[in-house]
Design a binder for this molecule. Structure first.
Ligand SMILES: [Cu+2]
Length: 202
């Protein structure tokens, strides 16, 4: 090998090393911890679950984690079909709205039922989910698959109605507490479908 060949070899090696350094940050070879969450969106609120389907008050991850958030429309989950049919609502989750009140309507206000029924009848079966500060969001698509059937667990929903779900993927690179809110008009409570400090990066 003469001097010129050696120089070319060194240059080639340097170029490879340089490009490897440039691509180091998003390298597929560097494994990040993966955090998975499930969020049920209903009229009008979000319920957060960890990867083992335990309900949690908010989603906490570590800086650098890779995060997958699956958004599930409550319309593909019914645990009590009798009650749902009678009240024409998806009772399991919407009872939370009756208990907490929504917007101008205090807890147990009969107008809540009126607004819930109206939202269903107007066909607002989907919700969005947007993380302020990360500018990432998704939305559900109830008519994309699954339909309105009795499903007793989130596992069953994942098996039968995954096409209705939205997904957010992100790398948690900014520490802080972030608000999440709905980005699809879903009737009376849309403006109030908003949770402060729902996504926390420590
Ligand atoms: Cu909405």
């Amino acid at each position: 090998m003469n001097r010129k060949q050696l120089l070319i070899l060194v240059l080639a090696a340097a170029t490879l090393a340089g490009s490897a350094a440039l691509t180091l940050e998003p390298s597929p070879f560097k494994l990040r911890p993966l955090k998975t969450f499930y969020v049920v969106a209903y009229f009008w609120g979000y319920v957060f679950y960890d990867e083992t389907f335990n309900e949690i008050p908010y989603m906490v991850v570590n800086r650098g984690d890779e995060v997958v958030i699956n958004l599930i429309p409550a319309s593909v989950i019914i645990r009590d079909p009798g009650l749902s049919a009678r009240e024409r609502t998806y009772v399991e989750y919407e009872n939370r709205t009756h208990r907490s009140g929504v917007g101008e309507l205090p807890p147990r206000d009969p107008r809540i039922t009126v607004e819930l029924v109206k939202a269903h009848e107007d066909g607002y079966s989907d919700h969005g989910f947007f993380i302020e500060g990360y500018n990432k969001g998704t939305y559900t698509c109830s008519k994309c698959g699954g339909g309105h059937q009795v499903r007793n667990s989130l596992q069953q929903v994942l098996q039968e109605a995954s096409a209705a779900m939205g997904v957010v993927r992100l790398v948690a690179d900014k520490p802080g507490s972030y608000t999440v809110y709905c980005i699809i008009y879903c009737g009376y409570g849309h403006t109030y479908l908003r949770v402060e400090n729902a996504f926390v990066v420590v």
